[in-house]
Design a protein around this ligand. Structure first.
Ligand code: 3AM
Length: 181
């Protein structure tokens, strides 16, 4: 029998107040553009996507993430972006602090050292929070409206399991890792 696996990734998970505001933006964009708004409980910023990992290796995966040393930082979510290659509207930072790519790189490095394969490890890190998928090609957003900047204090990151279903992925947080000053 094949070993049981889990589809997993690491992410920053916004606090409820930020989620609410991003979900509002996603819903109003969906009403204007069509497409599928990310459900509030699914809004996140991916740090590293691993894909299928044997369930037996999840404890090692969590220990590896716990070995990452990084300080908390503040993100200003202040801009919207649109990617035509995957018809995706996202929220992000016009100027992310270096701690954000620093955290993603440190995590990737520890994961690689422990023998985990990070998907897209060779590609530049493009931090974003997906808000609206499958925007009909007939309605790509030409001008993205400004948004009220959201201040997000990032004090930890999470390991998430993604369960794919007909109604879209369901995310379950398996473990949390604090960022310590
Ligand atoms: O953060 P977003 O929502 O853009 O698209 C998947 C989602 O991205 C992405 O990981 C996030 C959580 O599922 N993802 C899925 N498969 C991927 C892959 N093979 C992937 N990212 C990189 N490589």
């Amino acid at each position: 029998a094949r070993p049981a696996t889990a589809r997993v990734f690491f992410a920053l998970w916004p606090p409820a107040a930020i989620v609410e505001q991003l979900a509002d933006i996603a819903r109003s964009a969906a009403s204007q553009l069509g497409g599928k708004a990310t459900r509030p409980e699914s809004i996140h910023l991916t740090l590293a996507f691993l894909g299928e990992v044997a369930e037996s290796r999840l404890p090692l995966l969590a220990r590896t993430a716990a070995s990452v040393r990084a300080a908390p930082f503040e993100l200003q979510i202040d801009t919207l972006g649109y990617w035509s290659h995957n018809h995706l509207l996202w929220a992000g930072c016009s100027a992310a602090p270096s701690e954000l790519p620093g955290l993603a790189a440190a995590l990737q490095q520890q994961l690689a050292a422990a023998g985990f394969v990070v998907a897209d490890a060779g590609r530049p890190f493009a931090p974003h929070l997906s808000l609206l998928r499958k925007i009909p090609v007939a309605h790509p957003p030409k001008i993205l409206p400004p948004i009220v900047p959201l201040a997000w204090s990032c004090t930890g990151f999470v390991l998430v399991r993604s369960q794919l279903s007909a109604s879209g992925p369901e995310y379950k947080i398996l473990a949390e890792f604090p960022l310590v000053p």
